[in-house]
Design a protein around this ligand. Sequence first.
Ligand SMILES: Nc1ncnc2c1ncn2[C@@H]1O[C@H](COP(=O)(O)OP(=O)(O)O)[C@@H](O)[C@H]1O
Ligand SMILES: [Mg+2]
Length: 295
Amino acid sequence: MFETDAPRTDPAPDPDIDTCLAEMHPADMPETDIVEEGGEGDLVVDAVSKRFRTGRTDVHALDNVSLHVRPGEFVCLVGPSGCGKSTLLDIIAGLTRPDQGEVRADELVVAGPHRHRLVMFQEAALFPWLNTLGNVMFGLKLVRGLTRQQRVEIARSHLRLVGLEKFARANLHELSGGMRQRVALARALAPDPRVLLMDEPFSALDAMTREQLYLDLQRIREQRRKTIVLVTHNVREAVCLADRVILMSSPPGRIRDEFTISLPQPRDINTAEVASYASRITTALRNYADSDLAP
Ligand SMILES: Nc1ncnc2c1ncn2[C@@H]1O[C@H](COP(=O)(O)OP(=O)(O)O)[C@@H](O)[C@H]1O
Ligand SMILES: [Mg+2]
């Protein structure tokens, strides 16, 4: 296919990318040393509790939360703002330590970030001094033993996967918000992690862009089976994407219930079936809020 960017025979047209990548300090990288072999992306959250004590405030962010996410399963965490969704995702990622309990990823206790559990945030945390290809290649620094040529090829194939192959050489400021989230998705998928963690990845996007990304994410998931945990306050989004929706409430942050979504995939968010599940889940969330407020 015709490409507007550099020809394939010259995959190293931008020495700036190499310089920037080389200058990244290894301490910025997630841990890569823990067992690389085996494992399929099984996640166990075992009786996790977390408090944030700052000055006069003491927030009980998570109280005795347990959850098992099976390999290849797509789970969405939903609940009102402040119920501990991001805290739970950060603990699974190894970015935050629980006060009590533990998370086990493929039977190993999570002690820090790892290349097999990569996170995607609401605002694509991309490097503005790298172009699109450079950002995806950066993620591949997490994988040992790849030649530069291999990194270029893997990065290109993931840009293709998210529909951005023509924008490999584009600067980030030339991309829309939706395109930047696609770059972030390509960067997270390129190192082939077992687990993909997503914190409100679509909430800053307009509705049409979001709906396109729901379809794309479902297509990509079909092609690259991963364990996915996605945090959202958008119940319809959760129903559209997830095998299972976990309902949370606060304070303190707790898991209250779960709904298995038995609808064929891929799903269109605008169907009556999705709306029906979403309505039941929203009612349940409202009931928790009301009963928590009751004297
Ligand atoms: N680093 C922190 N320091 C103090 N309080 C925090 C910190 N992170 C989260 N919290 C508090 O913990 C609660 C849960 O936050 P969070 O996990 O971000 O909720 P959610 O993602 O569901 O909106 C909130 O009350 C929030 O203010
Ligand atoms: Mg949050």
